[in-house]
Write a protein that binds this ligand. Structure first.
Ligand code: KIV
Ligand code: ZN
Length: 496
């Protein structure tokens, strides 16, 4: 059976999507989780694009031992130098070079002729190969390139030393049979193709990203590029969880496998959603809240008799914690720590203390604590310097009345308190917080969802704030949705 390599680009293409930018410690947390998930390659960023990206690619390269670490680079020597310097300390470094090959991109964006594009490919791949053994070449907008020219471009890259040739459907334009046709064409028109991997990189503009990737796998692609939860430019990239579970569920049909530990999928999805603030839609395949819910009586009856009647995947397979009570008020630090280890978390002493404190506070408010609750309090809670800490709040709200909120926070040794009126509890609370900050912080987006079920379920608030052109995402969890909202605001404000 063929092994399909999983190339995760959550930290590069995923991070390029609006509002998905991550800070260094968040990227490191995601990278560690991707390693636990078992991806083959982590594309950690685009080293040349900014000093911050360079730093995060370098740090990821240093901590990852069980996957290759790649940096994106344009077909330019300065980009390749930055990419190499960022990944050189990785156990398995890769440089990922891209250059567009479609008539549209060559004429209007690159302003280069066919021959100039081929020269740039040969020069950049050769230059990179002298530094690093593993070179991926991507023909940007490959799906809208002339097939004969595309084959010449890849042929040039392979001759110059590329080990992987990536065929992106950059604008999500093609259909599955077309993308499969491109792989078949390349297999027949590039000398030495059997020595390199053909890679699938699809965007979801027409909702075809997963179908396109899977068709390419069937046609012979050996690598799939994807992101957690399908985040990425515009409509997003191929969702890792969809490709992996399609291959695992229909193993005989695909006659191939991936190295992914599927039980890590849900946790990874939660982490990326918590860090980016991009919620997972309830009906999302594999990891959506409704993906394993059975509402109609006929379905419920069937599932009770035999889950296979209406479930092709069991929630346990993708690591969704069952709604059973795992810990309670009387559980000690040791039991809590053991449970975290079972969930796959290895926290430092300081992180564990903080998580245990949050857990004890939760136990005071919530009778039964489930695996999902524990995941919610530890996901993306990586320690950050919190400038403002919530001390207290009260909010008065009644139908047809203006709401009044009083909020107290500490900052260092100082205490700040403000009262504000507003059209609703959230509005008045955020006005009080803005008065405390003394800044004009704009609320761009706000969402609240419940983590588990029941009247005492944890509420998770996710907000996006903007101040002086800088945007930050904040997240807060509490059994009280107002407290969750205030915590989310403070999390965002601290990041700003
Ligand atoms: O979509 C695309 O073409 C890309 C390339 C840089 C691989 O992301
Ligand atoms: Zn892309």
């Amino acid at each position: 059976m063929r092994k399909i390599k999983i190339f995760d680009t959550t930290l590069r293409d995923g991070e390029q999507s609006p509002g998905c930018s991550m800070r260094l410690h968040e990227k490191l947390e995601v990278a560690r989780q991707l390693e636990r998930l078992g991806v083959d390659i982590i594309e950690a960023g685009f080293a040349f694009s900014s000093p911050g990206d360079f730093e995060s690619v370098s740090q990821v390269a240093k901590i990852i031992t069980n996957a290759s670490v790649a940096s994106l680079a344009r077909a330019k020597r300065e980009d390749i130098d930055a990419a190499y310097n960022a990944v050189k300390n990785a156990v398995a470094p890769r440089i990922h070079i891209f250059l567009a090959t479609s008539p549209l991109h060559m004429q209007y964006k690159l302003k280069m002729t066919d021959e100039q594009v081929l020269e740039h490919i040969a020069d950049s791949v050769r230059y990179a190969k002298a530094k690093c053994g593993d070179i991926e070449f991507s023909a940007e907008d490959a799906s809208r390139s002339e097939p004969t020219f595309l084959a010449r471009a890849f042929d040039t890259a392979v001759k110059a030393g590329a080990t992987v040739i990536n065929v992106p459907d950059t604008v999500g334009y093609c259909l599955p049979s077309e993308m499969a046709g491109k792989v078949e064409y390349l297999l027949n028109h590039i000398a030495g193709i059997e020595r390199v991997d053909i890679s699938a990189h699809n965007h979801d503009d027409l909702g075809m990203a997963t179908a396109n990737a899977l068709s390419m796998v069937l046609a012979g692609a050996g690598q799939v590029e994807c992101t957690i939860n399908g985040i990425g430019e515009r409509a997003g990239n191929t969702a890792l969880e969809e490709v992996v579970m399609a291959i695992a569920t229909r193993k005989v049909f695909f006659d191939c496998y991936t190295g992914i530990d599927t039980r890590e999928i849900y946790k990874t999805s939660r982490l990326v959603s918590a860090i980016t603030g991009v919620p997972v839609p309830p009906a999302k395949a594999i990891i959506g809240a409704n993906a394993y819910a059975h509402e109609s009586g006929i379905h419920q009856h069937g599932v009770m008799a035999n889950p296979k009647t209406y479930e092709i995947i069991s929630p346990e397979t993708v690591g969704i914690p069952q709604n059973k009570i795992v810990l309670g008020k009387h559980s000690g630090r040791h039991a809590f720590s053991e449970h975290l280890t079972e969930l796959g978390y290895t926290l430092t002493e300081v992180e564990l203390n903080k998580a245990f404190e949050d857990f004890k506070l939760l136990c005071d408010k919530k009778k039964y604590v489930t695996g999902k609750d524990i995941l919610a309090i530890v996901s993306g809670s990586g320690l950050q310097e919190n400038k403002y800490i919530l001390l207290d709040f009260t909010v008065d709200s009644a139908k047809n009345d203006e709401s009044v909120a009083t909020i107290a926070v500490s900052c260092g040794n100082q205490r700040f308190q403000q009262t504000a009126k507003g059209g609703g509890p959230i509005n008045s609370a955020f006005k009080a917080l803005n008065a405390i900050m003394g800044r004009d912080i704009e609320l761009i987006d706000y969402a609240i969802s419940s983590v588990s079920s029941g009247v005492d379920a944890l509420g998770e608030a996710s907000i996006r704030l903007s101040c002086d052109g800088v945007v930050a995402h904040g997240r807060g969890v509490s059994t009280d949705i107002l407290e969750a909202s205030v915590l989310a605001y403070l999390d965002g404000a601290n990041k700003l």
